[in-house]
Design a protein around this ligand. Structure first.
Ligand code: ADP
Length: 360
């Protein structure tokens, strides 16, 4: 007797009276038994199976190797980023707290008129903290975090993206509250109908929109966050589903100072005066958060390069032999590490923000 799942797939019978981890395991290992499984696979199944050792109903007709990939590569149960790790972006933090964190924490209060949108778009130049915000949302709301780059769906999972998307939303709905972060979402939901748009990528897009529609109407505690450096590419359907759209701009001078201080302090290397710090901030106008990180990394190599130039041997070098990081190190590194975003690009984000962004 052949059983069929919701989507018509064959559902293998699952024992209802005990653990089916072994059963699932043997499906993954092609029936070779538990011994053939590596620890990662076993761990994956332990994570996905409920406390009763059963794989949730929704996941039973999904391919085990996809579940394994999601559990091992896409799911992050402890994203480990807090608001305090993110410099500046006060406006975004405030909006996000009200719009998505509280609703994830208190679904009982945020229903009816207060029911939140389930889609959030973070747009702006690369390296400004969009991924960090996604992780912090999950961390603050004690939600499971799922990270996927949309371009990997089209490049790495050719022809299989659809299945992976279905499995991803399936796992997320079993791990609520959940935050699904889709990086480079423009490559999935773009408005370009290029001649070469393959049937498969069209199907992938449709599948994705269907999945979003599914949890948007229900009472599920799933938030989808799309991130993009190219908001202009998104089509109307994508904008409609991503109801809140927040501009994540380049860091302000204060935020840049904060990044310098916090990175150097972590290593006990921060000895710059207020004056020097603000001089560096003036010189780094237009640098993104990730440019600043690269700059600090390079500048912190200055004392080491100096010591080696003076003939010290790396093997015998004592930490005490190294001088502190100075503004001169930064001046030198500024020639090496250039800003990655051009001012013309910034203009286009601002235009899009005025037209489609959530400004309040
Ligand atoms: P995006 O997703 O916007 O491309 P990320 O969130 O991945 O950028 O940021 C890349 C790295 O740059 C982070 O790991 C962090 O070290 C640094 N960074 C970027 N923005 C900030 C910020 N606002 N505060 C602190 N660090 C930042």
């Amino acid at each position: 007797l052949q059983r069929r799942g919701i989507r018509g797939n064959f559902v293998p019978p699952i024992r209802s009276n005990g653990s089916n981890i072994g059963h699932i395991n043997s499906r993954i290992s092609g029936g070779k038994g538990d011994d053939a499984l590596d620890d990662a696979t076993k761990k994956c199944m332990e994570i996905l199976c409920g406390p009763d050792g059963e794989l949730p109903e929704k996941l039973r007709n999904l391919e085990p190797r996809l579940l394994e990939h999601i559990s091992n590569e896409i799911m992050d149960r402890d994203p480990n980023v807090r608001w305090d790790d993110i410099a500046g972006l006060e406006h975004a933090k405030k909006c996000v707290t009200e719009m998505v964190i509280w609703p994830l924490m208190r679904p009982d209060i945020f229903k009816g008129c207060r029911s939140p949108g389930r889609g959030l778009l973070l747009f702006g130049p690369p390296g400004t903290g969009k991924t960090m915000i996604g992780k912090a949302i999950a961390g603050e709301a004690k939600a499971t975090f799922f990270y996927i780059s949309a371009s990997s769906l089209t490049s790495k999972w050719i022809g299989e993206g659809e299945k992976l998307v279905r499995a991803l939303f399936g796992v997320a709905s079993c791990r609520q509250p959940a935050v699904i972060f889709v990086d480079e979402i423009d490559s999935l939901l773009s408005q370009r109908k290029s001649e070469g748009e393959h049937e498969s990528s069209r199907r992938l897009k449709t599948q994705f929109l269907i999945e979003m529609e599914g949890f948007d109407s229900g009472s599920e505690q799933i938030l989808l966050i799309g991130a993009t450096n190219r908001p202009q590419e998104l089509d109307e359907a994508a904008r409609r589903r991503l109801t809140k759209r927040l501009y994540i701009p380049l860091p302000s001078a204060e935020a840049r100072a904060w990044i310098i201080r916090s990175l150097l302090e972590k290593d006990g290397l921060f000895k710059l005066s207020e004056e020097d710090t603000s001089a560096i901030c003036k010189m780094t106008e237009g640098y993104s958060g990730s440019d600043m990180k690269n700059l600090v990394k390079d500048a912190s190599m200055g004392p080491l390069r100096d010591a080696l130039r003076q003939g010290k041997e790396i093997a015998k070098l004592q930490k005490e032999d190294l001088r502190t990081v100075t503004i001169q190190d930064f001046e030198y590194s500024l020639r090496e590490v250039r800003p990655s975003v051009s001012s013309s690009e910034l203009g286009s984000y601002e235009v899009w923000n005025k037209q489609f962004g959530s400004l309040s």
